[in-house]
Design a protein around this ligand. Structure first.
Ligand SMILES: Cc1cc2nc3c(=O)[nH]c(=O)nc-3n(C[C@H](O)[C@H](O)[C@H](O)COP(=O)(O)O)c2cc1C
Length: 363
């Protein structure tokens, strides 16, 4: 099975990150140099991806990763979107063409090494040249806004506290949290193992007990207010333990599917370039997701006070970056430190490869 270039490329590309490790892609292998990527909009992360934008960011990241992986086969990648089905992009035709002049991209070796680190990181700042190389990786349409000073980190911690409070209180987030965590696990093929989450062992035990029923969450929210969640909210303090937070801004607000795919490519290139510098990252993508809901007036929860809290969080974000929050395409904390000892793995290629879905012609 390992013999064709397409299969070797896919074997690397499956290490692409996706929101909550949903891996919203399936591959149809046409021949040694042609595949079709089928997009599966990740229903399971519900309130965190109501418009499929995080799925499109992940698809962008996948395309960039495949482009890089193709260079290790001496190939150039060509991608063509299929016509939309019911207003949605569902499939992309990919062709890898051998080119004599192609050189292996130096980021290829970082593809399997890149992983999320949700534990505290060193507070050592990034040097000017490290920040410059990440800016270069982002490309000319993007600006990385760096959060480094103590004051700004405190603002960031406040922002994370706000979004954590919303997440713990809204009923819409409960089924997501319950389904995406694999408990008592160091590795998980299709979810996030609990050991790869931020809180320490005791917090994980509390979290598991609380998440066992929504009534329990509601009871604790109502009668113990912030108290029960304080321990989980300590999570926000990891906001301080990092080299910096990076906020990737696009020159123009992303609007179309293509825009979000392009943003996903830029963010993945930055993440791989950070890995090359031995920097770890934890994405903090709830921040831009909720800000976008507020900006687009999306009622993502039935709880009015939590919609207000989200509006207040968006205001905090706007004050922090001093520009339109709709331009934010990626937020993450980065820093030096040990490699994660637990991580999300991926489904084996056999599970990701499908035969042609019915009703979709092959071009
Ligand atoms: C669009 C997108 C959004 C993400 N949002 C978050 C997030 O808010 N918090 C977080 O800890 N990880 C986030 N992640 C990271 C994924 O959970 C992670 O990539 C996935 O579980 C696979 O793990 P790995 O990156 O360690 O291989 C996000 C990844 C993507 C691509």
């Amino acid at each position: 099975m390992n013999e064709s270039p397409a299969i070797r490329i896919l074997n690397l590309a499956r290490w692409t990150p996706s929101g909550d490790n949903t891996q919203p892609w399936r591959f149809e292998v046409i021949d040694d140099h042609r595949i079709v990527v089928h997009i599966q909009y990740a229903q399971e992360i519900g309130v965190y991806d109501l418009h499929g934008q995080n799925t499109l960011l992940a698809i962008g990241a996948l395309l960039l990763t495949m482009e890089l992986a193709a260079t290790s086969e001496g190939c150039q990648m060509h991608a063509q979107h299929r016509p939309h089905v019911q207003g949605k992009l569902l499939a992309i035709d990919i062709r890898f063409s051998p080119e004599q002049t192609i050189q292996v991209d130096p980021l290829v070796s970082e593809i399997p090494r890149r992983a999320v680190q949700r534990r505290p990181l060193s507070m050592r700042r990034l040097t000017h040249s490290q920040k410059q190389s990440l800016q270069q990786a982002a490309g000319k349409n993007y600006t990385i806004y760096w959060i480094e000073s103590l004051l700004q980190r405190l603002q960031m911690a406040k922002l994370i506290l706000q979004t954590t409070r919303i997440r713990l209180r809204i009923p819409e987030a409960y089924p997501v949290h319950k389904s995406i965590i694999e408990w008592n696990a160091q590795y998980s093929l299709d979810r996030i193992p609990d050991a790869a989450l931020g809180p320490g062992r005791i917090n994980l035990k509390i979290m598991r007990a609380v998440l066992s029923s929504w009534e329990r969450v509601q009871f604790l929210n109502r009668y113990m207010g912030a108290a029960w969640s304080t321990s989980l909210q300590l999570d926000a303090w990891t906001a301080l333990s990092c080299g910096a937070h990076m906020i990737i801004l696009r020159d123009q607000k992303p609007q179309t599917e293509d825009d979000f795919i392009e943003c996903g490519k830029a963010s993945q290139r930055v993440w791989l370039a950070a890995t090359k510098l031995n920097l770890w990252q934890q994405p903090e993508m709830v921040i831009p997701s909720f800000a976008r809901y507020v900006s687009e007036n999306v009622k993502f929860t039935t709880l009015i006070d939590q919609l207000q809290e989200a509006a207040s969080a968006r205001k905090t974000l706007g004050e922090l970056i001093g520009t339109d929050t709709d331009r934010v395409v990626w937020v993450g904390r980065v820093g030096f430190g040990p490699a994660p000892t637990a991580r999300a793995l991926r489904l084996p290629l056999e599970k990701l490869i499908i035969s042609k879905p019915s009703g979709q012609p092959t071009i």
